[in-house]
Design a protein around this ligand. Sequence first.
Ligand code: OGA
Ligand code: NI
Length: 347
Amino acid sequence: MEKFVSSWSDGKKLPESYVFPPGKRPGKVVVTAAKNVPVIDIGKAAGLDRSVIIQQVMQASQEFGFFQVINHGVLSTLLDDTRGVFEEFFALPADEKTDLCSLDKSKNCLLLTSNMAYDTEEFHNWRDTLKMDCSSLEECKQEWPLKPVKFRDIVGNYTTDVGNLALRILELICEGLGLEKSYFTRELSKKELLLVHHYPICPDPSLTLGTRSHFDPGLITILLQGDIPGLQVMKDGEWIGVEVIPGAFVVNVGSSLEFVSNGKLHSVEHRAVTSKDQSRISIAFFLLPESNCVVEPAKALVNAENPPIYRSVPYSELLNLFLAAYIGEIDSVLGKWIPDHGNTSPR
Ligand code: OGA
Ligand code: NI
């Protein structure tokens, strides 16, 4: 546990290994409601306004790559209970969590700090993260924490409900793109992952980040920000802070979805800043392709006038490029690749 930020930081001094290079530090941020990511009343998709909601989802996914959803049907008591469980979990004494500390990728549940690439990255994220596979829920649950006592039940219910919400949103996107209804329910969305980030109080938020700038590589991400802001999204060359709307989920388009849509929808760069005054927990649920699943522009969306702008790649390749970009091994923050013409270099 000695590497965990929450175990050693007294909130007074930022160690050198957490200081980001000047160009990658938080810098200037725009926080205006007028420019903020769209808020969509997703409950209305079940009624007469379905086509209006599909339109809003498509427009937000094209312009921002991000939107918030309200009236989503996941009970607010479940959101509160889930948040409570994770707050209790991170507050447990270190020796009750050491068993989970690992960088062994074959495990379904790990507690790590900064990133899986902790040992090789040049600078660290100011965060500790619980990483939980939830693809085969009953099996995965067996490796989840037993403390707090309700952990497995509550988090199991949360991932089930949020997984269903993710599929409902993908169904709207399917209709919006004009793809067959089951397009995303096959191996493209077989994997489910939950990352729970704990961002402790930070001595100097201007020099570091909780989560460095990145694109989510999967299909779609559903994030519960909680009460404390921190998420920022790149829009027209500026970082904008995503406003906190109690009970809302932040949804974002992953790079795999951008590939499938042949660039019609955009995955967007984002990051999380830290705070001097408050610690923050965010809960990110990801729907991901299986590693050998081929990610490519949907056949129905390409023709002579609209040639594929992305190469077909196994998801594992997309993920490796993404990870290399993430820790700065290749010179791209985008993690996106234009295909064909022999050009596989980052855009
Ligand atoms: C992520 C992510 C943002 C946050 O986990 O991919 O972007 O606010 N998290 O924690
Ligand atoms: Ni992300």
